[in-house]
Design a protein around this ligand. Structure first.
Ligand SMILES: [Zn+2]
Ligand SMILES: [Zn+2]
Length: 199
């Protein structure tokens, strides 16, 4: 695995050093599909554990019932259980300190997605995209209304029906809330809305 593929953050470094390729594509896809950062982190860490066990030649079957990940990265087990599993791992040839240090937190996975991959979360995307689309649609409509009105005014001018110096047409769109009576422009509607309590 070439160093160039790694973004340099812990997720990138650890994925590279464990030969966990395609991790970025997998993370992006799963996150878009609505898998939580917490589950993604757990899966990522479990994968590292499995790869480490495979690397030292430990049989997957032998360890499948052992909560290795829990022993290394969570508080779910009692202290004696944790110590016992770590001992067994060491006997199997696992560098327990190193493996434990390589496991990532969900904040690290989140930062990798946001900062290294420039990813946008599923919910965030929906709301932002909708606002963006709505803005585009209404802006295009405003432009068209202004162009049509301007050419209409021009033809009236040419026909001598109206008298105006140099007309510029402005199209404002307001939305009024029938409940509270507040009037907003379209951007206010998108960003703050009216004073009515939201559901
Ligand atoms: Zn990264
Ligand atoms: Zn209102």
């Amino acid at each position: 695995m070439s160093e160039d593929d790694s973004c340099g953050c812990k997720v990138g470094r650890v994925a590279a050093s464990y030969g966990h390729s395609n991790v970025d594509a997998w993370l992006l896809e799963e996150w878009q599909d609505g898998t939580s950062i917490r589950s993604l982190t757990e899966e990522f860490n479990e994968e590292l554990v499995e790869r480490e066990l495979a690397a030292v030649g430990a049989s997957r079957l032998t360890w499948s019932k052992t909560p290795v990940y829990e022993a290394l990265h969570t508080d779910e087990l009692s202290e004696p259980e944790r110590i016992e599993i770590r001992r067994e791992l060491e006997r199997a040839g696992v560098d327990v300190e190193q493996l434990g240090a390589d496991l990532v937190s969900h904040q690290t996975v989140y930062r990798h997605l946001k900062n290294c991959l420039g990813a946008v979360g599923p919910e965030e995307k929906t709301a932002d995209e909708r606002r963006e689309q709505a803005r585009d649609r209404v802006y295009a409509l405003q432009q068209r209304a202004s162009v049509v009105t301007e050419s209409t005014v021009e033809s009236l001018q040419t026909a001598g029906v109206t008298a105006v110096g140099d007309p510029e047409v402005l199209v404002d769109i307001s939305v009024v809330c029938r409940d509270c009576g507040q009037s907003m422009d379209f951007d206010q509607l998108l960003t703050s809305g009216c004073g009515c309590p939201s559901e």
